[in-house]
Every structure is written in structure tokens, then in C-alpha cells.
Design a protein around this ligand. Structure first.
Ligand SMILES: [Fe+2]
Length: 388
């Protein structure tokens, strides 16, 4: 079967010192979209400013993107861009900053579009790059928004998170310099690192997986298993940071082409309904989902093959052990402590997961009962039922 793959935009830079590439951008004016002021205190912005100054590129910052950005933030940012008229947009931050900036880019290029709904329809998606190119500088090793065609934007009124994917949103330039991740606190390193591992393992077992995505997904998953505990124990080690930011990016090259699975489907709902951070939700769910997916003979063979490369017998158990090493809880109830509230939203969570775009490529298309069993097992820290 023909398998199309799009690996990043036109320029992909990685390795220590790669921020220097900013001097090669052919641009006159940049809007820098930043998650928050903290980026100034880490020294990252000094490096960015130095390179932009050397290149003679004028710049103006747009600061302040909340986690799981709202559509109103997107519109504010697009209005800011319309005032300043950049020919390049540079997003600097984690997944939320990069996603918000991608969405701002759409509404900057096309101010005639006023709603979020409009771009959720594939046929409506507008052409970009008439006014500006788009560059991402990730400051976490996790979401891989720098090489993905996807965004997650929250509706202001319903609080529903819309996952929107279109190749038009693939950033033109991605610069993955490990220096940007040196100041991350350990819990963020662990949660975002487990999100990246989840991207790799869900891509590996995706029903759309192919020869090339498998190579990328397996290599990145092996590196994350190896280096995530090391970087947690030695967070200022730039070599470990480099392994992690590269692995997260490579997992992104895989999943943006072959999609994900129900770990992400359920994690999206946990984010919407309980504000659980995306990486944390994925990290806790992943060992349970691997146990469930192992009921499919093909998925089990994929997991067993991967586990053998770690010298492990059981991937689900290896994931529980990895979570423990990086201080991630083993069950959802440790973070969502109001049991009554959790159970009252269980049906909605299941509904969200059934409808989520990532469910389509999971190795088993789950029933509502399957999902209920998985979610309850993950909430209480019990075993997933061993039959469908
Ligand atoms: Fe993710």
C-alpha cells in the first residue's frame, strides 16, 4: 500500500548550539510567541535575541499563553500580529505556546475567519504562508508540536479541547536545541518525556504504522526508556537533555504521520474534564493501555518485540517501573482525589474517548465497556480485564 510521509517542514535543526540557525533566517520582522516571562530568567531569550540581532531581524514579543490555550488567546495574538505585520512567527515554549502560535498564524493570515469551528472542517482549511513563515523552538522534550501538523485549542464557552490536524500547519522551521530544556523542573521533564514515549509507542502500534514510522518510533522509545531516568537524576546534563529533545522530536515525526491511540483519547478527556496535565495523564494511562491492547495478537507481538530490546519480558510492567523511577503515580486516583466527582463524569469521559480522532488508529477499536474497564482499572490501580 502507498504510504505518504511528511517529515517536518523545510528546515529541521537539532543538536547543541542549533539556535545559531536563527541567524540564517531570511526575514525582516519576527513576532516571538512566548509561553511566559520565565523564559527571560532562564537565559534562553538572551541567546535568541543575540542571534536575531546578529541577523538584523527586528522582533517583538507576545508573552502569555496559558496551558491548553483558549481561542480568545489565539484571537488576541492574531490581532497583535496584524498590528506588527511579521514575516516570520517564532514560537518559543512547550506544546501550548507552539499550538497557540500556530493557530494565531492562521487567523493572522486570514482575519476574515472568525470562528474556531470553521477550521475544524478539512475542506475549509486555508492556505498559509502568504504573510509569514513559521518557526518553532521547543523548550520541553515532549509534545513535538515543532514537527507536527496538529494543535489543541480550547473553546472558551464549552471548555472542550479541539484537536485540529492539517499539514498546512507543519512548521517551516524547527530548532531543537537542548539548551532550552536545561532549566526544566523534574516533574515537567518526567511528564513531557512520558508524553513523548507515549507518542512513540502509540505510533508503533498504530493501525497506520509503516516501515519508516516504525524505525523512528522504536529508536525514540528506546532512547526515552534509557535517558529519561538519567536526566531526572542529572537534570543539568546537556548530553542527556540532547538525547531527550531529539527523541521527542523523532517520536513526533512518526506520530504526526500515523496518528496515535486510546492513551491519548482518554488523556484528552482527562485534560478537558479534570485539568490533568497532558503528559501526566498519558504517563499514568500508558501501562494500562498496553495491557489492554495486548489482547490483540498483532499488538502483543509489537510490544513483545520492543520489550525484548529493553531486555524486559512485559512492556506494561516495564512502563510501571519507568513511571516509578521518574516519580509518576501508578494510578489516576492519586491525582484526581474526588472519587464521587470522577465517577459522575465517567460516562462523559468515555463519550469523549470514543469520538476522539486518536481512537481510530488504536490496535483494538474499544467498546464503551472496554473503555470503562480500562479507565476504572487506571483509576483504582487494578489489573485491566484479560478478555475483551
Ligand atoms: Fe501527546
Amino acid at each position: 500500500m502507498m504510504r505518504p510521509m511528511k517529515l517536518a517542514g523545510s528546515e529541521l535543526l537539532f543538536g547543541k548550539g542549533s539556535l545559531e540557525y536563527l541567524e540564517k533566517l531570511n526575514a525582516k520582522k519576527a513576532v516571538l510567541v512566548l509561553a511566559g516571562d520565565f523564559l527571560y530568567s532562564t537565559g534562553i531569550m538572551d541567546i535568541v535575541h543575540k542571534h536575531l540581532d546578529n541577523a538584523g531581524i527586528a522582533y517583538v514579543p507576545y508573552v502569555g499563553i496559558e496551558p491548553d490555550p483558549y481561542f480568545s488567546t489565539v484571537i488576541k495574538g492574531a490581532e497583535f500580529m496584524l498590528e506588527h505585520n511579521p514575516d516570520i512567527i517564532i514560537a518559543i515554549g512547550g506544546g501550548s505556546a507552539m499550538d497557540a502560535a500556530k493557530a494565531m498564524w492562521i487567523y493572522y493570515e486570514h482575519p476574515e475567519i472568525e470562528s474556531l469551528d470553521y477550521i475544524t472542517v478539512k475542506e475549509n482549511f486555508p492556505k498559509l504562508r502568504n504573510k509569514a513563515r513559521f518557526c518553532c523552538i521547543p523548550t520541553t522534550a515532549g509534545t513535538a508540536s515543532e514537527v507536527s501538523r496538529s494543535i489543541v485549542i480550547t473553546d472558551d464557552e464549552t471548555h472542550i479541547k479541539y484537536g485540529i490536524g492539517n499539514m498546512e500547519m507543519m512548521p517551516d522551521i524547527a530548532i531543537c536545541d537542548p539548551v532550552t530544556t536545561l532549566s526544566l523542573p523534574n516533574h515537567i521533564t518526567a511528564e513531557t518525556g512520558m508524553d513523548a514515549l507515549c507518542h512513540a509507542l502509540e505510533a508503533l502500534a498504530s493501525t497506520r504504522a509503516n516501515y519508516l514510522s516504525d524505525i523512528l518510533a522504536e529508536a525514540s522509545a528506546l532512547d526515552i526508556f534509557n535517558y529519561l531516568p538519567k536526566v531526572i537524576n542529572d537534570p543539568k546534563n546537556i548530553d542527556y537533555r540532547e538525547k531527550m529533545i531529539n527523541a521527542a522530536m523523532v517520536a513526533g515525526l512518526a506520530f504526526t504521520n500515523v496518528s496515535l491511540g486510546i492513551t491519548h483519547s482518554i488523556a484528552h478527556g482527562l485534560g478537558s474534564l479534570f485539568n490533568m496535565p497532558h503528559g501526566l495523564a498519558n504517563a499514568i494511562l500508558l501501562p494500562y493501555i498496553v495491557a489492554f491492547n495486548s489482547l490483540n495478537i498483532d499488538a502483543k507481538a509489537i510490544y513483545d518485540n520492543f520489550a525484548s530490546k529493553l531486555n524486559e519480558a512485559d512492556l506494561s510492567k516495564a512502563l510501571f517501573a519507568l513511571n516509578e523511577k521518574v516519580n509518576i503515580p501508578s494510578k489516576l486516583s492519586e491525582r484526581i482525589t474526588d472519587e464521587e466527582k470522577f465517577l459522575s463524569k465517567l460516562d462523559t469521559l468515555i463519550e469523549f474517548a470514543i469520538k476522539d480522532g486518536c481512537t481510530k488508529t488504536n490496535p483494538i477499536l474499544p467498546t464503551k465497556t472496554n473503555l470503562k474497564n480500562i479507565i476504572l482499572a487506571a483509576y483504582y490501580g487494578k489489573e485491566v480485564p484479560k478478555q475483551l
